[in-house]
Design a protein around this ligand. Sequence first.
Ligand code: SAH
Ligand code: SF4
Ligand code: F3S
Length: 450
Amino acid sequence: MSETPQKRLYIKTYGCQMNVYDSERMTDVLRPLGYGVVDDPEGADLVVLNTCHIREKATEKVYSELGQIKLMKDRKAQAGGKMTIAVAGCVAQAEGQEIMTRQRAVDLVVGPQAYHQLPELIARAHRASGERLAADFAADEKFDALPAERKVDGVTAFLTVQEGCDKFCTFCVVPYTRGGEWSRPPEAIEDEARRLADQGVREVTLLGQNVNAYDGGGLTLAKLVRRLAKITGLDRIRYTTSHPRDMGEDLIEAHGELPQLMPYLHLPVQAGSDKILKAMNRDHTAESYVKLIERIRTARPDIAMSGDFIVGFPGERDGDFEKTLDLVREVGFASAFSFKYSRRPGTPASAMPGQVDEAVKSERLDRLNQLLDEQQRAFNASQVGKTLPVLFEKAGRHPGQIVGRSPYLQAVHASGGEHLIGTIVPVRIESAAKMSLAGVLANEPVLETA
Ligand code: SAH
Ligand code: SF4
Ligand code: F3S
C-alpha cells in the first residue's frame, strides 16, 4: 500500500482567538494540497507565522521567531531541501512588503482577508515570480472561497461571524489590520455550526472583533444565537469580543432566556476615568458601563464578567488610574486581561502629549493585577460546594484525570474516564485556585484519592 507523501506544515499562531480560527482555516485550505500539520518547524516544507500587531512586543516576537526559522531554512537548504516561509495575520497586513525587506528569508506575506489565495501565493513563491503579497480587505471573498469543510478534533470550536472594526479607539491598530466591520450571512454561519455539531462539537464560541455589532442583513447577534441554539448537539454558545456600545437589549434578554447562552461575558472597558475614555474614543463613560452591567445582571444574576484594561494611556494621571480601580471594585470581575499602553505607529494616541513613563505603567499594572487576581480568586472560591455542569474537553495531565469547563469558563479538573469527554456532567466543586477548580463527579461514586 502506498501513501501519498505528506508535505509538512508548521503553523504558529499569535494574538487573539480570531487568529486561532484563521490558522485552522489556513490548514483547511492547504490540506487538499497535501499539507499535514507538524508540531516542530525544523525540517518543515511550509512554515506559517500567523501574527499579531496589537502591541509592540507581539510584533517584535515575530521578527525574533523569523530569525530562528531562517536558520532552519538554511539547514534544510544545505541538506538539499526547501522550506517556504509565509507571514500571515495582522503584522502581514500592517507591514506588507517591509517584512520581506527586514527578513529576506520570508517567501510570502498574506493578510487576514486573503488566506484563500495561499495556494496561488505558494505556487508563485516556488516559481520565484510575480506578486507574493496579498493584503486586500475583501472579507466576503475570503469566506466565500474558503472550503466549507472544516476538520476539528475537539468538542469546542471557534466560529468567526464578524470581522473588522469601525470604532477606531485611538490606541488600536485593529481597524487598520482587519478593515471595516463586516458580518457573514446567517445561513453560512448556520451551515458551519451544523457541520461542527455533526463532528461532535458541543460548544461554539462566535468570534468577531466587535461580535455584538453583528448584523446579518438586519439579523442581530441575539437572533443569530437563537437560531444556532436550535441546532441539535450544540449545547453551549459563547461569543467574544463585545463592545459596550453594541450591547443590545435583545442580547441582554437572551442571556436571561436561553440556556445555551453561557453566563460569561467578555466586555472590555479599558479604563475607569471618563477623561481617558473620551481620549480613547470609547464612546461610553464609566457610569454607563456600570449601568449596563447592572442591566445584564438583572437578566442573568450569576453572569461572570470579564474585561480588558489598559494602564498608562497618554494623559493618565494617578487620579485617573484610581478611577479604574474604583470601577473594578464596583463591577467585580471573574477574569480580566490588563495591558500597559503600547504606542502603535500611525494611531492617534501615539502622537498624544502626556505619554506615561514605563516605570509608572508597570507600577499601575501591578496594582491593577493584584486587585483583579483577588477578584478572580474570590469568584472561583465562591463556587466551592456548588454543583456545576462541566463540559469535559480532554484528558488531564495526571492519569485518570479529565478537564473541562464550567459555564463560567473556569477550567475544572475531576477524576473520571475519557469516555466522559464530550459530555456535560454535574461536578461538585471541592477546591478552587486562581486559574481552575477541582471537583468530583456528582453522579458517580466518589473515588478515593491517593
Ligand atoms: N475588539 C476587541 C479587542 C481588541 S484587542 C475590543 O474592542 O475589545 C484586545 C485588547 O488589547 C483591547 O481590548 C485592549 O485592551 C488591548 N489593546 C489594544 N491596543 C492596545 C495598545 N496599543 N496598547 C495596549 N493594549 C492594547
Ligand atoms: Fe480596537 Fe476599539 Fe475596535 Fe476593539 S473596538 S478592535 S479596541 S478599535
Ligand atoms: Fe492581534 Fe490582529 Fe487579533 S492585531 S489581537 S491578531 S485582530
